[in-house]
Write a protein that binds this ligand. Structure first.
Ligand SMILES: [Zn+2]
Length: 256
């Protein structure tokens, strides 16, 4: 009898150890896969940045020179615009959502102006310190697509994309004719800004990545053909969105 109990105990312990080993192995594998995929995405973003600035150098403008002027621009701006505000016409739920996401991405909400701007073609947009929302268009989006849209605009603020464009256009005198040429340095840089904003927004959170997929589907179905000038083609962004959701799905078993 004791002999049988000992055998049963040994078998159960062995099964437990094997089970633990399998679970641990799966956990390590999925984490490794996730990191590898995240790294690949970040590598893609990094390559786009290098290529965009190489193209800009053909116009005699370096990244270092540009960001030096960005710092000067910011100092001047802060002296002349000491306050930020929240538009009273913007719905409270949208204001709350934006503030929550600003905190999530490490931006102080007290430093960002929120505006309702119903003439815009996009659901939302960002300048150096302002997020503008086209409330009607924004409200027509699914909830997770709304979160993606705001998270994307927050990245433009974090990376100072609007100031860089301002500096390039006004201070470094990039000719406006360049804006219509698909592979002009300014458009290459602009597409890189969009991709970086998409990736950095949606790698942080699976729900936002899902929102990115939904938003990209809507671009394809509602906005029609986009030749990929200042913004990447809709189908490229949808493919990227799906890739990012896969990165999140690879880590799903560890969450469960
Ligand atoms: Zn954008």
């Amino acid at each position: 009898m004791n002999y049988k109990k000992i055998i049963t105990a040994i078998l159960l312990t062995t099964a437990g150890i094997i089970g633990l080993f399998v679970v641990q192995n799966c956990f390590q594998k999925s984490i490794t896969q996730q990191i590898t995929s995240s790294c690949q995405l970040l590598k893609l973003v990094n390559e786009q940045e290098i290529n965009a600035w190489k193209a800009m150098e053909t116009l005699g403008i370096t990244k270092e020179e540009c960001y030096k002027k960005v710092s000067e621009w910011e100092k001047e701006y802060q002296q002349s615009h000491p306050r930020v505000s929240v538009d009273k016409n913007l719905s409270k739920s949208i204001v709350q959502l934006i503030k929550e996401l600003l905190v999530t991405y490490g931006v102080n909400p007290a430093k960002v102006t929120l505006e309702r701007y119903d003439n815009g073609l996009s659901a939302a947009g960002a300048t150096n310190d302002t997020i503008c929302v086209n409330q009607q268009k924004f409200n027509s989006l699914p909830a997770d697509a709304q979160r993606f849209v705001i998270a994307h605009e927050i990245q433009h603020i974090i990376y100072k994309d609007a100031i860089v464009k301002e500096v390039l256009k006004d201070h470094l005198k990039i000719k406006s004719t360049h804006t219509n040429v698909i592979d002009s340095p300014l458009n290459q840089l602009s597409r890189f800004f969009e991709i970086r904003a998409d990736v950095m927004a949606s790698l942080k959170n699976p729900a936002i990545a899902d929102g990115y997929v939904k938003r990209a589907h809507l671009w394809l179905t509602e906005n029609g053909y986009n030749p990929g000038t200042s913004h990447p083609k809709h189908e490229e962004r949808l493919a990227l969105a799906q890739q990012i959701t896969q990165v999140h799905q690879q880590s799903a078993p560890t969450v469960a």
